[in-house]
Ligand binder design. Sequence first.
Ligand SMILES: Nc1ncnc2c1ncn2[C@@H]1O[C@H](COP(=O)(O)OP(=O)(O)OP(=O)(O)O)[C@@H](O)[C@H]1O
Ligand SMILES: [Mg+2]
Length: 265
Amino acid sequence: MRRGKTDALLSVRGVSRRFGGVQALEEVSFEVRPGLIKGIIGPNGAGKSTLFNLIAGDFPPNVGEIWFNSHVITGLAPHAVAALGIARTFQTTRLFEHMTVLENVMVGRHVRSRTGFTGSILKTPGARAEERAVQARAGEILDLFGLDRYAAHSAGDLAFGIKRKVEFARAVASEPALLLLDEPAAGLNIAETRELSSLIATVKNLGITVLLVEHDMSLVMNISDEILVLNEGRKLIEGAPRDIQRNPDVISVYLGEDECSSSAT
Ligand SMILES: Nc1ncnc2c1ncn2[C@@H]1O[C@H](COP(=O)(O)OP(=O)(O)OP(=O)(O)O)[C@@H](O)[C@H]1O
Ligand SMILES: [Mg+2]
């Protein structure tokens, strides 16, 4: 892999992505410095999830490069990106519904373990010792997230807010350097959102850098060190939350969205 000088943990350089006639992203560039929480906001269809899919290796950009830890990761498969230390959660929760909460979190852990999930299923001797270590660490993560009492529950039986939390815990269990959270507060009540906010802060304190896509403005403005605004596939502006909140271009993008949705109803 090529190397390139940058202090950033993640560097997105001139990335574009088209789907048929839709230009989902156009020449988007930004950097994420290690240890920070970077919020990404923008109206529906702005390209936020597409950006996450490009970083995570779901599909490549048509143009542009993505650098992680000074390596080009553009075009790598999702498992290779995950093994390098990028974990994610999805806009719609994707748990292994028939597995227990503990097993779900252990899967997250195995992404980074030596023998991997297949080795653990085959129960090779080396894998058994590692399995115990993985289980112990998964247990610690469940404690951290206040999920220990659900450890033996089937993931499919959980309430929505708990499922979201398990998915978050599973991503953290891989001990990523960078965590991509796509609308983690969607569908959560006020108490759950408050708890989510403090969990994101806890994760930052573990040394994990966070990219946070979120429509809940008070959550994203309060917790982010920097905000990137996307609109119609393009970067509108980047800056500190207090500057973004009073930026006239940002305000007009959101007012425009309100007018559209109110005229549509
Ligand atoms: N796999 C895909 N195939 C075709 N079109 C896609 C695909 N993914 C995204 N798009 C289109 O790209 C544009 C950006 O979508 P994206 O999901 O990235 O927006 P978003 O900012 O995440 O929106 P939201 O806030 O509603 O989640 C939209 O027009 C969407 O329909
Ligand atoms: Mg989205």
